[in-house]
Ligand binder design. Structure first.
Ligand SMILES: Nc1ncnc2c1ncn2[C@@H]1O[C@H](COP(=O)(O)OP(=O)(O)O)[C@@H](O)[C@H]1O
Ligand SMILES: [Mg+2]
Length: 227
């Protein structure tokens, strides 16, 4: 299907605790179209961050297949694992935007230089980076360093970094988890507005039921988690 952006089937992951393999995810299946959003829910430890890491290739699944924009990433395919890792890294750098709970900014760079760096890593023009900060309401803070602005402003800068790469997919791990209710709502508003404007898909892990209710789909990992 042309509109299908993300397709996951039979995804499983366990971690080695030192004495045994502890299953975290099994039989995960999801399909997300362009412009659609999915909330990953579930108690702490249910595997939300692990699933996001699998989706952007930071972790390798034990089983299962992940397709992004029709490109399938499957470790069991013939071909060197290096090629697999390279293609994931390339996709992540160019087209997948990741937002964490605490904005992942470089402390030694101004907000604007953080956005410029992310854009250039993705092969995008730096010319519209100031406009992204303006659009997120922090244009006048462009020359400040991350430790000179509030948590909400850092999170807005993190969104500007993500949108500067013109992503097809945004993965957000509790993006509002460290913000107060009012600031969290404002940051979420921006995330959904930019998502609607650009037509990219959004997967977000959240404990926030209000935020989850705004998404098109919800997947509760507590209900899929292995016993
Ligand atoms: N790199 C790792 N090594 C070992 N165990 C891990 C690792 N990453 C996550 N886990 C375990 O996997 C489970 C799910 O973790 P996580 O995905 O962070 O959950 P959530 O984001 O829903 O709180 C937890 O029990 C955690 O301890
Ligand atoms: Mg987590």
């Amino acid at each position: 299907m042309h509109n299908e952006l993300l397709r996951v089937r039979g995804l499983a992951k366990s971690f080695d605790s030192g004495t045994e393999q502890v299953p975290v995810l099994s039989g995960i299946a999801l399909t997300l179209g362009r412009g659609e959003s999915l909330a990953l829910m579930g108690r702490s430890g249910s595997g939300k961050s692990t699933l996001l890491n699998l989706l952007c290739g930071l972790e390798q699944p034990d089983a299962g297949v992940i397709s992004v924009c029709g490109d399938t990433f499957d470790d069991r395919q013939p071909g060197a694992p290096d090629a697999h890792a390279r293609s994931w890294a390339d996709l992540r750098r160019r087209r997948i935007g990741v937002v964490f709970q605490d904005a992942n900014l470089m402390p030694a760079l101004s907000l604007l230089d953080n956005v410029r760096l992310r854009a250039s890593l993705a092969g995008q023009s730096q010319a519209d980076c100031p406009a992204w900060l303006d659009r997120l309401g922090i244009g006048e803070l462009a020359d400040r360093y991350p430790d000179q602005v509030s948590g909400g402003q850092r999170q807005r800068a993190a969104l500007a970094m993500v949108f500067a790469i013109k992503p097809v997919l945004i993965l957000a791990d509790e993006p509002t988890g460290s913000l107060d209710r009012h600031t969290a709502d404002e940051v979420a508003d921006e995330l959904f507005r930019l998502r609607s404007d650009s037509g990219c898909a959004l997967v977000l892990a959240t404990h926030d039921t209000e935020l989850a209710a705004r998404c098109d789909q919800r997947l509760d990992l507590a209900h899929t988690a292995p016993a």
